[in-house]
Design a protein around this ligand. Sequence first.
Ligand code: GRF
Length: 222
Amino acid sequence: MSPAGLVVLISGRGSNALAIADAVAQQRLPARINAVIADRPADGLEAMAERGIDTALVERAAYAKRADFEQALAEVIEGYAPELIVMAGFMRVLSRDFVERFDQRMINIHPSLLPKFRGLNTHARALADGEREHGASVHWVTCELDAGPVIANAPVAVQADDNPVSLAARVLKQEHRLYPATVALLLSKPVSQRYEYFSNQKSLRLDRDFDDAGRWIQHPGG
Ligand code: GRF
């Protein structure tokens, strides 16, 4: 059986996309990246192309209307027939039509412990609020920004001398562990059960529910 195909959507440096590509190459993640697609010229596209992964640019700026851009993007995605669409730093809010077209097949990573700090500047906001714990979450994409059911998160302790840059760097390191581990977790369930199962359980924690290699530990009775 060929491994599950992924399409990864990016807008920038693509370090999470790269972490997923590494996990695939090291066989920690039984999947294939069918393509990486960006909505603007992005450093991450070049890095992925250098690894021999298909890349595509569907530039938002090339379309006057959002609906036309989304239609073009959807067609490129569908051409790669992914089992999961993995948004990794894709800086765009998608319409209801688009989300429904890929309903229950789209996930995103967000740099906060959702439901806290949806939106931008999460690290600065966490510090301003005096949070002792911050982190990152992987969630299903719905029409509302950063609001879909959370699948798994990675907590990061805030240190007394943290600033937004130092905190972001530690969170990003955990994102690079969390995202491949969560994708592997999702692919461990058949597509027909995946969304339902991983929307209705308490969100998993990277430091408790996964081993060092990123494998899901199923706790007895849990
Ligand atoms: C990450 O912090 C991710 O959580 C957020 O955007 C950033 C993307 O970074 N959604 P990269 O492009 O994966 O390096």
